[in-house]
Design a protein around this ligand. Structure first.
Ligand SMILES: [Zn+2]
Ligand SMILES: [Zn+2]
Length: 305
C-alpha cells in the first residue's frame, strides 16, 4: 500500500492563515478594497486575495495592514447541466482574464487554462451553491481545487457545504485540493452575520510572501477550517493518527461506503486513529467542534503497492 499526502504538519516554515476569495466595491462587494484589507487585518489574518468578479483589483496601492496581498479574480462563465453559471476563482496573477464575466456561452475550461497559464491557482468555487452536479465537475480538468466550504453561500443561502461534491470527485479517482473561503461581500442583511473572518486556509509556507504562500498552496501544504485546528496528521504503516484542538468528532472520510468517524461521548476529543481499510482510495480528515465548526484536511491518497 502506498500513501501520498502533502504534509504541512511535518514540513518547515510558518503557519499563515488567509482567505483566497473576497469581493470589494470594484465588483459586487460593499467594502472598498482598503476596507476589505482593514477588515482582514483586524481579524489577525496573514494573507488575503481580493478576487473581484471579472477584473483583478490591484493590491499594490493599498496599505496592507500587515497582510500579504495576493492578486486574484473570480470569473463566472459557462453553463452547468442545471443551466446555472460556473464560477472559477483564480489567485496569483495581475493580468485580468480576457473573457467576459457572466458569459453563459463562455468556456469554464478556458478560464481554468488561462489561470494556469498565468501561474495562478484555479479553484472551482462553491459547487453546491452553483447547483453543479458530478458531470459538471468531471467534464472540467486541471483545476487545482474545489471550495469545500464557502462562508457567504452558507450565511446567505444555506448552501456553503460542498463536501459531497468533493467526495464525488475523489471517489471517481480525481485528485483535488480542498479550500474553505469566505467569499466576502459584506452585504448587510437582517439575521445574517458578516461574511468575513469565518473560514480560512492555514498554509505552511517558508515565509510570508505571495510567492512562498502560492508555492505551498500549489503543493497542498495547507488545511482548511472555520474553527478547529488540525495540529498534526501522522501516517505510519497504514495507520492515520489525527490530533486536533478539542472537538466533538473526528472523521476519516473515504466515501463511498468506507472511512470511519469517532465521537466524544462526553466532553471533547482531540485525537483519533484510523487504520486504512481495503478498498479505500483516499482519506480526508475532518474535525467538528461543539458549535458545528469544522476543519478539513486535504486528501491522503491510497494506492495498492
Ligand atoms: Zn462566485
Ligand atoms: Zn465570489
Amino acid at each position: 500500500m502506498r500513501l501520498e499526502f502533502s504534509d504541512p504538519f511535518h514540513s518547515g516554515g510558518v503557519w499563515l492563515r488567509g482567505n483566497l476569495h473576497a469581493h470589494s466595491t470594484a465588483s459586487d462587494g460593499v467594502h472598498t478594497p482598503q476596507e476589505v484589507v482593514d477588515l482582514y487585518g483586524s481579524k489577525g489574518y496573514d494573507f488575503l486575495s481580493i478576487t473581484d468578479h471579472g477584473r483583478v483589483t490591484d493590491p499594490s496601492p493599498l496599505d496592507p495592514k500587515g497582510l500579504v496581498l495576493i492578486p486574484g479574480q473570480e470569473i463566472s462563465v459557462g453553463r452547468s447541466e442545471a443551466g446555472t453559471t460556473l464560477h472559477v476563482v483564480g489567485v496569483g496573477f495581475m493580468e485580468g482574464l480576457s473573457m467576459r464575466d457572466f458569459d453563459l456561452r463562455g468556456d469554464p475550461q478556458a478560464a481554468i487554462d488561462t489561470i494556469r497559464s498565468r501561474g495562478g491557482v484555479a479553484i472551482l468555487a462553491h459547487p453546491y451553491w452553483s447547483g453543479l452536479n458530478h458531470s459538471d465537475m468531471t467534464r472540467l480538468t486541471d483545476y487545482h481545487g474545489v471550495e469545500i466550504y464557502n462562508s457567504n453561500c452558507e450565511i446567505y443561502n444555506g448552501a456553503g457545504d460542498s463536501r459531497p461534491h468533493v467526495d464525488g470527485l475523489l471517489a471517481a479517482g480525481r485528485r483535488t485540493l480542498v479550500f474553505a473561503a469566505d467569499d466576502h461581500h459584506g452585504t448587510p442583511a437582517p439575521m445574517k452575520p458578516l461574511d468575513a473572518g469565518i473560514s480560512w486556509i492555514a498554509v505552511k509556507a517558508e515565509e510570508p510572501t505571495p510567492e512562498a504562500i502560492l508555492s505551498s498552496v500549489f503543493s497542498g501544504l495547507f488545511y482548511s477550517s472555520n474553527g478547529p485546528e488540525i495540529k498534526e496528521i501522522n501516517i505510519e504503516d497504514g495507520v492515520i493518527v489525527a490530533r486536533t484542538s478539542p472537538v466533538k468528532s473526528i472523521g476519516f472520510i473515504a466515501a463511498p461506503s468506507l472511512g470511519s468517524k469517532y465521537w466524544a461521548t462526553e466532553g471533547t476529543i482531540s485525537e483519533a486513529t484510523h487504520a486504512i481499510r481495503k478498498g479505500e482510495t483516499y482519506v480526508r480528515v475532518e474535525a467538528t467542534d461543539e458549535r458545528g465548526r469544522t476543519a478539513w484536511s486535504n486528501p491522503i491518497y491510497v494506492s495498492e503497492k
